[in-house]
Design a protein around this ligand. Structure first.
Ligand code: 5GP
Length: 195
């Protein structure tokens, strides 16, 4: 089924239209080169910190899939990967809400040092809930690594242990992040143009 996007004027336009797709990319915020340099730096950091330890990288689908894929190739020590997917039901006034895990890890994490690999931390509510769930499974340790962080949007007490880029409150697309399921395939990080 084709996805639809509703434009400001009320017209409904398909985002499969390439010229519209391009027009909605307002500007590049972080280039491909900057992303890869930073990932190499953090891959090396993790390789040093976890050498000799059982390391499990847990990625939250779908947004972090591109990041995880590049990050793993910059980690030079043995490690495993696992995936989770969650649906969040929050209302605008409530800082804690309901997160439903729709896909869970296959591993028992009690014998691993876990690093949660996230695409972006916005309000922090989804990740706080997931981190609490994972901590309750008694991993050897648990840290949070995020590609992007929007600290000014935070509504809960959560901070990443590793944050590659801090950004202002833009709606970001590309490098795994979507708008209406599109734009995940952009190799860079851009601002989406809602106009
Ligand atoms: P939080 O619970 O921190 O508010 O939500 C985090 C999730 O919201 C992210 O994993 C991501 O899926 C989505 N999100 C937050 N900000 C953005 C953004 O600027 N662009 C996109 N594409 N998704 C975002």
């Amino acid at each position: 089924m084709l996805k639809l996007i509703v434009m400001k004027e009320g017209k409904t336009v398909q985002l499969t239209d390439k010229s519209l797709f391009d027009r909605k990319i307002k500007r590049v915020i972080i280039s491909e080169d900057e992303i890869h340099k930073k990932i190499a730096e953090y891959g090396s950091k993790l390789s040093n910190e976890y050498e000799g330890k059982p390391l499990l990288l847990v990625s939250i689908l779908k947004g972090a899939f591109v990041f995880l894929s590049d990050l793993t190739r910059e980690i030079k020590i043995p490690c495993e990967v696992g995936f989770m997917a969650a649906k969040s039901y929050f209302d605008s006034t409530c800082s804690s809400g309901d997160v439903q895990i729709v896909y869970d890890l296959a591993q028992d994490i009690s014998n691993y040092h876990v690093v949660v690999v996230e695409d972006i931390i916005d309000t922090g509510r989804t990740l706080l809930t997931i981190a609490d769930m994972l901590k309750a499974r008694n991993p050897l340790s648990l840290k949070i690594l995020t590609l992007l962080d929007k600290p000014e949007r935070r509504v809960v007490d959560l901070s990443a242990d590793y944050s590659l880029f801090t950004i202002p409150d833009y709606y970001i697309i590309g490098y795994g992040l979507d708008f209406g399921e599109y734009y995940r395939n952009l190799p860079y990080i851009a601002e989406y143009d809602p106009e």
